[in-house]
Design a binder for this molecule. Structure first.
Ligand code: ADP
Ligand code: MG
Length: 450
């Protein structure tokens, strides 16, 4: 990207963050004149701008500029006069407008430090750290898959941010849609005017790098021509020991529309999946989020537990619930956050949460409701009949109706062994042969689920 367009993008974002009067006063007449290594030089109209921008807007400028460029820069402000002086002293080599800087597309917010771990994502985070420490060497490609909202994108950015902070490797993060768009654009231009430069630019962008991350690869399934190009890109990078990181909502095996040769390649390195967070992890994530907003002291434990027990499966929804509660409290002119307030704020919210959730957790909620016990009872170890039987029924439904893998059922029922699951399923099967009442109950749950 050229520096003029970088600065235009930057200014637009600043404009969205400032009152018009302030924007006009401090930013409208600024111009980025060079970007070298990690230094950005900005031309300002008057001396007063230098001091004011440094003292009052430094954080805003650095944060937004980082969002735009994916890298951290130190800012220097110069007036026209100072630029002339530097030129005279030959201290200043103007590269106005033609400097190409490399854009990683990384979001600096997503770091390993703020990725909370539990049983369901520990392996994914650990391998991500291993790849970040030794890109191109350990696991190539790294293939991360899970349902939506469980942290794939977060982990990818964390890897990228770690790499750019600790080395001078070039990292490129794109969604598969972006890749497809770039390719289609290239193809279109190429057809119309045989533009050799465009091909070179495309190749440079995707091959002249050390780490390529493609998010949500499942969208490549519908783009046949692009699959071929991706295949070439993949091979070129892989042969040169460049790290490739891919995420998807499914395992390579389940990306049925993808060419076989691509699917096979995805399994060459390491595949890791992320499971839905259990109650404890959800609670820790809530703690972390409210801590980062400086709200720890205003969130009572029961409100956290209320959110954690109702918002299952998708961490994005969990964040949404927190934001809603905070917004609601602010709207009620700064009321304290109480369980009542949270229930009110979230009354229409959890419905969507549950319906978009995975089968196992839905079964757990319905069965727990039906038998008047809690989901945590179902996941726990207590063996009293009033809990053990519903637990077996829930496992039975997960297995026979939804065909969920034994290991996954075990994990989501509080980390039980798969043999426990088999045992429960068999027990209910046997019981069903002689107990009509039970059959009715189970059918009711199944009907509610559907
Ligand atoms: P995905 O790409 O799998 O759909 P994201 O990475 O976009 O999911 O995660 C959704 C949201 O949840 C993001 O805001 C992310 O920061 C947050 N999130 C996911 N997992 C964690 C975690 N383990 N700790 C903290 N935040 C998380
Ligand atoms: Mg994502």
């Amino acid at each position: 990207m050229e520096i003029t367009s970088i600065w235009d993008t930057f200014l637009k974002k600043v404009q969205n963050n400032l009152a018009p009067m302030l924007y006009e006063a401090w930013f409208a007449e600024t111009k980025l004149i060079t970007l070298n290594d990690n230094k950005a030089t900005v031309l300002v109209p008057m001396l007063i701008h230098k001091k004011h921008l440094k003292e009052n807007y430094n954080t805003l400028i650095e944060t937004i500029f980082n969002e735009v460029t994916g890298s951290n820069f130190i800012f220097e402000y110069l007036t026209e006069e100072e630029v002339e002086q530097k030129k005279d002293q030959k201290l200043f080599f103007s590269e106005v407008d033609n400097t190409e800087i490399f854009q990683s597309n990384l979001n600096p917010k997503y770091l390993f430090e703020n990725f909370v771990v539990g049983d369901s994502n520990k392996f994914a985070k650990t391998t991500a750290i291993a790849v970040a420490e030794k890109p191109g060497i350990m696991y190539n490609p790294l293939f991360i898959y899970s349902n939506s909202g469980l942290g794939k994108t977060h982990l990818m950015h964390a890897i990228g941010n770690y790499i750019i902070q600790n080395s001078n490797k070039r990292v490129l993060y794109v969604t598969s849609e972006q890749f497809v768009n770039d390719f289609i654009e290239l193809y279109r231009k190429n057809k119309s005017d045989n533009n050799f430069n465009e091909v070179e630019n495309f190749k440079k962008k995707y091959r002249d790098i050390d780490v390529l991350m493609i998010d949500d690869i499942q969208y490549l399934e519908i783009a046949n021509k692009t699959q071929q190009e991706f295949f070439n890109t993949f091979n070129e990078l892989h042969t040169n020991n460049k790290q490739i990181i891919i995420s998807s909502d499914r395992s390579p095996d389940d990306l049925k529309q993808l060419e076989d040769r691509l699917r096979t390649r995805f399994t060459w390195g390491l595949m890791v999946d992320i499971m839905p967070p259990n109650f404890d992890l959800r609670l820790s994530i809530i703690d972390k989020k409210i801590e980062s907003h400086g709200l720890s002291s205003s969130f009572p434990q029961e409100v956290k537990e209320y959110i954690a027990s109702n918002c299952i499966g998708d961490i994005r929804k969990l964040e949404g619930a927190i934001t809603r509660v905070v917004a609601y409290a602010t709207m009620m002119s700064g009321s304290d956050i109480t369980l009542n307030l949270a229930t009110e704020a979230l009354k229409d919210y959890f419905g969507n949460c549950i319906s978009s959730k995975n089968n196992i957790e839905q079964v757990q909620i319905l069965v727990a409701n039906l038998y008047n016990i809690s989901v945590d009872d179902l996941k726990g170890k207590r063996r009293v009949t009033s809990i053990a039987v519903p637990r077996q029924i829930a496992m039975y439904i997960c297995r026979t109706v939804f065909n969920e893998p034994l290991a996954k059922i075990g994990l989501l029922f509080g980390g039980k062994d798969h043999t426990t699951v088999i045992h429960s399923v068999e027990k209910i099967k046997k019981e069903l042969k002689k107990n009509l009442e039970l059959e009715k109950e189970i059918n009711k749950v199944i009907k509610d689920l559907k």
